[in-house]
Ligand binder design. Structure first.
Ligand code: ATP
Ligand code: MG
Length: 285
């Protein structure tokens, strides 16, 4: 029987979350660090551990069927591979930065300047689209030191909190792209592998949906239930169960994580008591 080959980053910012995602889908991986390839014991997948920059090539060549990479690496690779699912972790952006004392006017500032980056393809497309004529200096790491050592007037690099820029005396001036981890495929899988991928995607979506939602339980006097139900933006109509205490009920519902803090005060004001909010592990909708 064929197995779906999944390429993930061997060691870096995506590694832990990629393994976590696989495990949350109920796919068991044997422990044993340092291996290049490992097989699940309970699901037809093999996991390949690679440098993230190599994953687009491996997926494009069909050595791996799918891969987990940042959108930045995908776009930089210029490979004809497609995103099957956005995974919602490792959010960051690719930005242009200049020394903080520069009185930055607008993008035209970069005309005739040298910019250091590990993302020459993305940056040259960006400059071209914006009619900027700059020189791109490729460096593979520690890009943020380039202005300080006189190599470039600015840089284009990954930013999340901005603290690395700050500690190198730089400031972010333009966002070139937003990025998050994505699942990619070359798009020409044989039927058996596609079926495994579909199964995997079903599980990934159930895990992601669950992360966005909370299960809420509360108690309320029966006469207040109508009002409380109206406040709750539930997945469906809530479950209402009688309590042993006469005239009281327990109400159960699912609520979006982002909505929770908006409705909590309204629920209390409407007479809800003993409110419990619990995580959901998987959610099939
Ligand atoms: P490799 O050795 O595998 O080539 P790397 O050094 O190129 O690793 P990492 O620094 O581990 O890469 O980053 C991997 C990916 O994680 C990046 O391509 C980006 O999508 C994302 N990422 C990078 N920095 C951050 C950050 N500060 N916050 C969130 N995500 C980030
Ligand atoms: Mg890399």
């Amino acid at each position: 029987m064929s197995k779906l080959k999944i390429a993930i980053q061997k060691s870096g910012r995506l590694s832990e979350k990629s393994i976590q995602l696989i495990e949350e889908c109920g796919i068991k991986l044997p422990n044993g660090g340092g291996k290049l390839i490992t097989e699940s014991t309970n699901f037809p997948v093999e996991v390949l551990f690679l440098r993230d920059d190599d994953i687009p090539e491996y997926v494009d060549q069909g050595v791996a069927d799918i891969g987990v990479i940042g959108e930045n690496v995908l776009l930089e690779s210029r490979k004809n591979i497609t995103i099957v699912e956005k995974l919602g972790f490792s959010a960051c952006r690719l930005s242009l930065a200049v020394p903080k004392e520069i009185d930055y006017p607008d993008l035209a500032y970069f005309n005739g300047k040298k910019v250091a980056t590990s993302y020459p393809n993305i940056l040259s497309d960006y400059f071209e689209q914006n009619d900027i004529n700059a020189t791109i200096e490729f460096i593979s790491g520690s890009v943020e030191i380039a202005p300080g050592i006189g190599l470039a007037a600015g840089i284009c690099d990954i930013v999340s909190s901005g603290s690395t820029l700050l500690s190198n005396g730089l400031k972010e001036v333009e966002k070139v792209m937003s990025s998050q981890a994505v699942l990619v495929t070359s798009g020409n899988l044989e039927a058996e592998k596609q079926a495994i991928l579909n199964k995997l995607l079903f599980r990934i979506r159930a895990v992601q949906k669950a992360k966005e939602s909370k299960y809420i339980l509360l108690n309320a006097p029966n006469e207040k239930l109508d009002k409380i139900v109206k406040i709750l933006p539930g997945m469906n109509s809530p479950t209402i169960l009688p309590l042993a205490k006469e005239g009281w009920s327990s109400l159960h519902s699912v609520i979006g994580e982002d909505k929770f803090w908006d409705v909590i005060d309204a629920l209390k004001d409407a007479g809800a008591e003993g409110i419990l909010v619990v995580p959901i592990e998987k959610m099939i909708v």
